[in-house]
Design a protein around this ligand. Structure first.
Ligand SMILES: [Zn+2]
Length: 374
């Protein structure tokens, strides 16, 4: 494996490693899973590292096929089924799933500079829950109107609503005494996601030919409040709200969101309507969501019917990324360890990357490895 950079984010060789050798060989060690591993030392900061430092399997004890993992994750298999298939503990599998999610996030971030961003978009919250029905949430999705490319995703905890027995109401009060979902959570996440889209659109702006796009949403009251606080929103977007009661057909401008959400229900066991299986915690939920978004954008055909006739145009290509750029970008990152310090992400995406999403009043509940913050 090539040595791309010094793994120390404070070192000059982290972002700009010299062409000439900035590191020296520093011995070897034996690992049961990976054989002889070479060690190196950075000449500038003195940090030692090995070829494994840059592998997706950094700190892992066993090799698995991430391609097969991605296929299983996105074909409605539960983590229990997949762990039996790979002969791994569920906790180990979750760790691997999070690795794939981070690679996916890094690839999506690298693709951004190739996105023309000239299409309208739809933004909507996908309602689901993790741990128990007392912890509902929205996964906020921003989808291209023409390409159905998923540009970004965010997360908001919600308060349990709807019909409840008196016993359930008492239980909710009990849990809410430990922690309560913020009433402005949707607004906050929408602001973060929309700001990311705005920065992206602004970075493409060619002053003379720049035209305003439309951002379609349903009539949720939090959305206009979120957009109002954003600098430059009105110059970039017209906000059009559509009643959720309108028929959900292809002619509905919210169709791109509805279409993506339908796949989430079909292909991700976390969100099947039967609720036989669900996510254990919001961080696991979002990691699996990101792994799905990556596959949906970069591998899945835009239209299943067209793919049967041989047209395997992906959502990424439909959004304007040339096929060769898509393939090169995936190759550049696949199998490698991505660095947070080199990846341009929104605040919500950083929380997904670093597994910081929790339910109100609950802790992360496990040790988060330090290296994923680098
Ligand atoms: Zn260094």
């Amino acid at each position: 494996m090539e040595i791309p950079c010094c793994p120390n984010p404070k070192c000059t060789h982290f972002h700009n490693p010299d062409k000439d050798s900035w590191y020296v060989k520093y011995g070897t060690y034996r690992s049961r899973a990976f054989g002889t591993v070479h060690r190196y030392r950075c000449k500038a900061c003195g940090m030692t590292f090995s070829s494994q430092t840059f592998s997706i399997d950094y700190y892992a004890k066993k090799r698995i096929s991430y391609v097969r993992l991605l296929q299983h994750l996105n074909s409605a298999s539960g983590l229990g089924d997949i762990s039996r298939f790979f002969n791994l503990r569920v906790e180990t599998l979750e760790n691997r799933l999070e690795r794939v999610a981070r690679v996916g996030l890094a690839i999506e971030a690298a693709l951004e500079k190739h996105l023309p961003c000239t299409e309208n978009m739809t933004a909507d919250g996908f309602e689901t829950f993790s741990y128990s029905q007392y912890y509902p949430c929205h996964v906020n999705t921003f989808v291209g109107s023409d390409s159905e490319y998923v540009y970004t995703m965010g997360f908001s905890n919600l308060r349990r609503k709807g019909r409840m027995t008196s016993k359930q109401k008492a239980r909710r009060t009990e849990l809410e005494n430990q922690g309560k979902a913020s009433p402005s959570a949707i607004q906050k996440s929408f602001r973060i996601c929309t700001d990311k889209i705005l920065q992206l659109v602004k970075s493409k702006e060619v002053s003379a030919s720049f035209e305003k796009n439309i951002l379609y949403t349903d009539e949720h009251k939090a959305y206009p409040l979120a957009f109002r606080k954003l600098n430059g929103f009105e110059e970039a977007f017209d906000h059009v709200q559509i009643s959720s009661k309108k028929p959900r057909t292809v002619y509905n401008n919210l169709f791109p969101s509805n279409y993506f959400h339908r796949f989430l229900r079909m292909d991700l066991s976390d969100h099947t309507r039967e609720t036989l299986q669900w996510a254990k915690c919001p961080s696991a939920l979002m990691a699996r969501m990101e792994a799905f978004r990556f596959a949906y954008n970069c591998f899945n055909p835009r239209r299943v019917k067209a793919s049967r006739a041989g047209d395997w145009t992906t959502h990424a290509e439909a959004a304007g990324i040339p096929r060769v750029v898509l393939a090169d970008t995936i190759n550049e990152f696949w199998g490698k360890r991505p660095f947070l310090g080199k990846t341009n992400l929104s605040e919500d995406e950083v929380k997904t990357w670093t597994c910081q999403w929790t339910n109100p009043g609950r802790s992360v509940g496990r040790r988060i490895p330090n290296y994923i913050f680098l």
